[in-house]
Each structure stands twice: as C-alpha cells, then as structure tokens.
Design a protein around this ligand. Sequence first.
Ligand SMILES: *Cc1c(COP(=O)(O)O)cnc(C)c1O
Length: 494
Amino acid sequence: MNYNSTRNKKNAANWSRAIVEGIAGDGGLFVPETFPEISDLESMADMSYGDIAYEILNGFLPGLEEMPLRSIIDQAYNYKFSKNEIVPLEEVGDVHILELFYGPTSAFKDMALSILPYLLKTAMEKENIKEKLVVLTATSGDTGKAALEGFAHKERIKIIVFYPEKGVSEIQRRQMITQEGENTFVIGIEGNFDDAQRGVKYIFNHKGFKEELLKGGYRLSSANSINIGRLIPQIVYYFYSYIKLLKEGKTTLGQKINIVVPTGNFGNILAAYYGKRMGLPVNKLICASNENNVLYDFINTKVYDSRRELKLTSSPSMDILVSSNLERLLYHLSGDNCEYVKEKMEDLHTKGYYSAEDLDMEEFYGGYSTEKEVLRTIEKVFNEEYYLMDPHTAVAYNVYRKYKEETGDDTVTVIASTANPYKFGSTVAAALGLDTKDIDEFQTLELLEGRTKVAIPNPINELKSKDILHKSLCKKDEMKSTVARILQVGEQNG
Ligand SMILES: *Cc1c(COP(=O)(O)O)cnc(C)c1O
C-alpha cells in the first residue's frame, strides 16, 4: 500500500517515507491509496485497546512485523495513560461521550502523539536516515504540549514548537513553557494559530533553507496532523467505541452510529471518516465548530471562505480558519482527483476562498456553537447530568442538540470529548458561576474541584511548582530565522 500526494499521484511514498517527510514535496498531503477493510467487527469484541490498535495500524503499515508493531503500541499506551481502558466511554443522558483525555497532557492529541515518536523512529531506521530530525510544530495549544511530551529526550530528534502567545489557555501555556528536555524548544509568536501554521508550512516548502538544514545534518518532519502518522492512530478509538457499544448492548452489529467531533484542523473528524471507509458503520459525521465557523459554512454552502477575522474563543484549540486536513477530504470526495485539489488549494492561496459545488457532502452535518451557548451547555450538563465537560466538548454537545432537534434523528451517538475540563479551568469555572475575580489560575482549579468533586489531573496540578524554562518570543515573520538560530545553520533568504 502506498500513500499518494493529494496534489500529484506521481509523488507517492511508502508509509515510512510519508511519515518521515510529513508533507509531500509538491506541498500536498499524503493520503492512503486504499483503505484496509475491517470486515469482522464481532471478532474484536474481546480485544483490548492495544489489540484493536494493532488490527487497524497493521493495515496501514505494510512490512512492519507483528512484534515491533505490538511493542510500539505497548510503549505508546501502556504506561502513560491514567486509565487502563485508555479511552472510557461514558453514557450521559442520550449520548455516549468518548473521553480521549487521559494521556499525559490531558487532551486528545496524546492519542496520536504518544505513538508518533515510535513510528517515526522505526520509519527513520527503515529509510536509513542519517540526519537528525527536527520536528517543527505549530500549535493552537494542545498539539504543542503533546508533541513535546512525546518527543522530549528522544535521541536524534529536536522538537521546536511555535504557539500563538495570546491564543492559548493559561494551563496550555504553562504546560509548554515548563517542558523539560534539552532537545525541546518552545517559542511564542506574536500572531494567531493560522500565522504559526503558515510559517511552518513556509519553512517546509523553502527548498534553499532545507538544503541549508541538510548541510547542518538536519531534516525536517512534522508533528502536526498534516503528518499521516498522526491520523492513523486516531482511527482506532472510533472502532473501540463501536465495539464497546456492541459489548454493552447499546447497539447491534452493523447498526450505524453518529459521531460528533469538535473540529479545528479537521484531523480528528477525518480519522472518523477513514474509519467509515474501512467499514465502521457510521450514519452522520457531525462536524462541530465554534464561532470560527468556516467549516460550518463550507458544509452548508460548499464555499470555503477564509476571508474573515479569526476570533479568540473559549475553545482555543479550534480557533482556526484554514483547516489543513480538509485538503485530504477534497481528494477523497473528488474521486482521488489531484488536479481538482490543486486548483482549489491554488484558489485558497491566491483568493482566500474556493468553491466545491460539485462535491457530495451528504455524509457530513455541519453546525456551530456561540460562546454563550458553550457556557450555557457546560452549566446545564453539569446541573442536569452531573457531568463536567470542557469548552471544546461543549461545542460538540451543543451542536448535537441542534442536530437532533432539527432532524429528529435518534441514532446512537458518540461525542468525542477532546480535553479535560481543567485544561480550560477559568472558562469552566465561569460557566458554573464561580467567583474567580481575585484568584489565580491554580486557585480557580481548586475552587472548581471543590464545587464539582471532579479531581484535578496530577500533571496539571503539578504545573504550579514547575520552573519556567522557555521564555522566547518572536514575530510571525521571524520563524525561519528563529529555527536557523536554534539549529545554528544558515538562513538562506530569498
Ligand atoms: C486539536 C483539538 C481539537 C480539534 O481537533 P482537529 O483534529 O484539529 O480538528 C479539538 N479539541 C481539542 C481539545 C483539541 O486539542
């Protein structure tokens, strides 16, 4: 099995090269040429998370032997997650909430970033790569910390993270700037996430700079969801949730479910779509946006229009106007048409929008939640169901309520819960009406714990006593020179 570039099928790669390179040479994203079929869901009934991960990953990584793959999965999930189940599925009223936040950084990015370093290491060996790898990452808050945690102390790897200085929560910021590990670098940029992502893509596509890096013994790779190695591990938990529903008698074999995903860069929901392509019985993929509702507009009008102001919301990990992984969906929905994708991406680049009127997007439903709705949802679900959710999950929950009201569809529904509520403590406290006026972030978390009796996760609690190790800031047009300085290589301007 090969991975094609979305922009030119000639630029295909095997899995190891696709993971090492992160992005195709033509600027496109790697996509699987075919989807391995999982036909016997029933046989998975007694499998652990790791076993299911093996079944899914095995289909995408041909040539990787059973024992190394099992060992990779074992190292990724067996020690770092605070729940044995890895991803518990909680029944809350009429929905099932898939809790993806029990990894080391309390957000769903851990699901993929705890395994990516091991996949990357194996891929580097397979490709016989002699250089050091520089994992260059733009983050809206959660990817950064999860990548730092995954790659810290790893041999022959340096990890550089750019985050929007004013666009992340206080806990997210503290998590990143207290990161230990000589191979870790964290830089705040005076701009938003889209600026950070654009800067990273610019560096990736800069041929001269890449040569300069090679001379210095470095090669670039990406921990963002443009890397196909991020997406594949995310398919696993959708299968896991279905198997769990089956086991608990909440659904019957073959019966379709809805999946609701709070969406930013379109990675998590694309993994659910890939699951569907592999045989997971899915009715609707419900794409939930916050007030940066570009995807809502796209699904409803088929025009993707990024020409608007980015708003900073209480769900910062979804504050994105250019959702990278949508490029992959365009490819799949257009019948693997690279010319089509290239044209749309060119339009987006030059005009700031594109129209995709000919695409059939019936499989998706797009909705969004306002800031007010998010706060009200957190409060209401806590008061009525005694379930505490973070703002991203609340965006999804609220969109599901609208969907159900609008359509009357009562299909069994799974909502992806992407972060622990304490990662966004001040928003959650405000939603519950707690008075946090004269107290700091950590006191707010304690107040919230007292009120809700939901425990603060240890890694978040420990942040308050950690030293701040990363203080660098840079302007959005200084990202390349910052990388050059860190790695002590030439800059190759122009
Ligand atoms: C990254 C993130 C999202 C958005 O996921 P995408 O894969 O970018 O769509 C949603 N919620 C949280 C908490 C996140 O960290």
